[in-house]
Write a protein that binds this ligand. Sequence first.
Ligand code: NDP
Length: 307
Amino acid sequence: MQISGRTQVVGIIGDPVAHSLSPAMHNAAFRALKLDFAYVAFHVRPAQVRQALDGIRALGIAGVNVTVPHKEGVIKWLDAISPTARRAGAVNTIVNRNGRLHGENTDVAGFLRALREVRFQIRGCRALVVGAGGVARAVLTALAEGQAAEVTVANRTVVRARRLARAVHSRGLQVIAAPLATLQDRQRLAAVDLVVNATSLGLHGERFFPLAYGATPRSCLFVDLIYGRRTDFLARAARSRRRTVDGSGMLVHQGAAAFTFWTGRAAPVAVMRAALRTAPWARPRARPHAAPRRRTKVKIDKGPAPE
Ligand code: NDP
């Protein structure tokens, strides 16, 4: 990569941020399309978010991704946000348009594209989303945009699930808040087409909550938003011969959508995916969209932290 006087800078702000796979993914894409852009990680603490955004304006930085814990906190310092970001209540991508900062949410599009890629039909589906944090809200927003029929949100802290259900329910999607015991409700599970792990459980090799995998229909798709490892959740679903997808599809597609906002070009998705796999600090990924032939032992390892 040749840095010139005209090189446009983009990047990511977060705390922590050094683990991020986005620099590897975006710089590979810029190289592949011979674009004069460079992507860097900026460690920004919560107390410095406003100054960081002023810095983006002052330095003419073309845009940034926003990661934990700033996705909600940046909103009040932006000049405008998109309707999707407003619905998701979070911004993960900022575009600098002549000094005016626009907030977008590409996590929503990333989730939708990751499901389309494995030919999952969202319209009319019934989903069970485990978790009620930031990424769960993006998933629910995506399911509402994709016209899912009904979503059950199960969370350890039920009041958080209720809050999320209320926020998304008002947009026309039927959302039911439930405790984690729902994961063993065979009758409910028999009617679901999609189960999503939107918690961080599994990030450090933890066992997933007890779930009656075998009670779901054979066609049910299991999606873990954690990427870079074979989680207990996905290993058990695959053992029950259900289709599985890890979070790398969502990660690549949210990045691809941000890339297009900044450059106006279609992103080289295959290049970005390969860069994720080979980034020196990335760990081996779960095999997406496949059930193993034999029973496999769950291997516990430490991989990358969330984007
Ligand atoms: P939040 O901190 O906002 O939410 C965490 C969720 O996990 C909550 O529902 C929380 O439950 C639950 N949880 C955490 N630990 C436990 C536990 N020990 N037992 C039970 N429940 C637990 O995180 P995010 O929503 O931002 O991210 C969640 C995960 O999603 C990340 O770890 C990351 O791996 C993944 N992610 C993937 C992305 C992708 O592109 N693939 C993008 C963003 C995130 P409670 O409310 O009860 O605390």
